[in-house]
Design a protein around this ligand. Structure first.
Ligand SMILES: NC(=O)c1ccc[n+]([C@@H]2O[C@H](COP(=O)([O-])OP(=O)(O)OC[C@H]3O[C@@H](n4cnc5c(N)ncnc54)[C@H](O)[C@@H]3O)[C@@H](O)[C@H]2O)c1
Length: 402
């Protein structure tokens, strides 16, 4: 269950959920700074992959330090819940989804701790790093007290973007929050292995800070998507307008381009914030309608221009963002579903994702009558094809008009 020959009696940290998309880069970053880290995870396949010195998913710049850290014993992975007793500092970074009714799962983090509670001990520091609904840090404090445990609790949200973790973990300021000075100092000292740039808050402020961060980004994407649809309906290329807006005009530099705003974080964190605010969150819900409606808009525009029921449509890129192998909550799948109803046939391809339903790009280019870029992978920048290409991202260099 653990890497052979690794002594887990004196680890600096155990990461619960440590083989996930954000837990693993954190473990690698800490190990690269000389910390000894055990990754506790219920995913046995991921644990085996990590102990073999390999990444279970793509993360830029993580493969080599992972190999080195496993080889020198700084990093190991296990499915053994008893491992949580082997370090003074525990970091919890399990998934915190919303359910099918868009309600947050308040118990995701407490449940992960309950699973290994028999192995927790007085004097430990538990750092929550999952993105949580406000109040979950307090819930966790009460849970540990109920079990008679004298454990410090901190909430220190992760703010990296997937694919950039191995630089951002060392360069982004770290928000650190806790209720008492001792917990705050312990958590700050722990993260000083990565950065000296610590921003202290109280837990409820930090919980909101993380949700505001992701929601702000989600709303910005929705704004760009609405602008794009407006310009597009008016027969104009939003790319030209956006270029003019941003050109040597720093106040508009953060206007994003249009595209599917999806993935495992932005929508669900906006919905967590809505739930926190008694579902009174007009701008958040509006952003959801715009972003989640984009595949429908796209297909409706294609229907106006093409005889879809007689056509094979190729969907290029199924990941939730460009250059990624992560398909979680990708709107490319929603696009595929809509096209399955509207088009004669739909072919999907993605160079980063292994899925038996997908076909190689060359086959799609040969067989499809119409191509839609659903994820802006760099591979599609120099697409050579005489087929029509619907490219709201403007990545193929032919503008954004559809
Ligand atoms: N993905 C991102 O870019 C990102 C960025 C910042 C913050 N976050 C937040 O980080 C958290 C984790 O996200 P993720 O994308 O890494 O999810 P993930 O699903 O990739 O990783 C979670 C890991 O936890 C493991 N796990 C689940 N329950 C467990 C348990 N009881 N005990 C031990 N291991 C358990 C899973 O097997 C998985 O490996 C979420 O709250 C998310 O919102 C994610």
């Amino acid at each position: 269950m653990t890497a052979a020959g690794t002594d887990r009696e004196t680890r600096d940290a155990v990461i619960i959920g440590g083989c996930g998309r954000v837990g693993l880069p954190l473990g690698i970053a800490l190990a690269s700074r000389g910390r000894t880290v055990t990754l506790y995870d219920i995913n046995a396949a991921a644990v085996d992959t990590v102990n073999g010195g390999c990444l279970p998913f793509d993360e830029d710049g993580a493969a080599e330090p992972l190999r080195a850290a496993v080889a020198n014993g700084n990093l190991d992975a296990t499915t053994d819940p008893a491992s949580v007793g082997s370090a003074d500092t525990l970091i919890v970074i399990v998934g915190t989804p919303v359910d099918e009714h868009l309600n947050p799962d308040l118990a995701a983090v407490p449940r992960a701790l309950e699973r290994c509670v028999d192995h927790l001990r007085d004097g430990q520091l538990v750092v929550l790093r999952s993105t949580v609904h406000p109040g979950v840090t307090a819930l966790t404090e009460r849970l540990l007290q109920r079990h008679g445990l004298d454990i410090d609790v901190a909430f220190c949200p992760e703010r990296i973007a997937e694919g950039h973790a191995m630089t951002e973990l060392f360069t982004l300021p770290q928000i650190v929050s806790a209720r008492g000075d001792r917990a705050l100092e312990r958590a700050s000292a722990f993260f000083s292995a990565l950065t000296e740039n610590i921003v202290p808050l109280v837990p409820e402020e930090a919980e909101l800070a993380k949700l505001f961060t992701n929601t702000w980004r989600y709303i910005k994407f929705a704004t760009a998507n609405q602008f794009w649809m407006m310009a597009n309906d008016f027969g104009l290329d939003f790319e030209r307008i956006r270029h003019a807006i941003r050109h040597e005009y720093p106040r508009a530099a953060d206007l994003p381009g249009p595209g599917f705003a999806a993935g495992p974080c932005l929508l669900k964190d906006t919905m967590q914030l809505a739930a926190f605010n008694n579902n009174n969150f007009v701008i958040g819900h509006t952003a959801m309608l715009i972003n989640e409606g984009l595949p429908l808009y796209l297909v409706s525009k294609l229907e106006q221009q093409f005889d879809l029921p007689k056509m094979t449509v190729g969907v290029l890129g199924m990941a939730f963002k460009g250059g990624s192998d992560d398909s979680r909550e990708s709107l490319a799948y929603k696009l595929r579903k809509i096209l399955m109803l509207k088009a004669a046939d739909t072919l999907c391809t993605d160079p980063y994702i292994n899925d038996p339903r997908f076909v190689p790009l060359d086959d799609v280019l040969t067989k499809a009558d119409l191509l839609v870029i659903a994820a802006p992978h760099p591979e599609y920048r120099d697409l050579v094809t005489d087929k029509p290409v619907a490219d709201m991202w403007g990545i193929a260099g032919r503008g954004m008009r559809i």
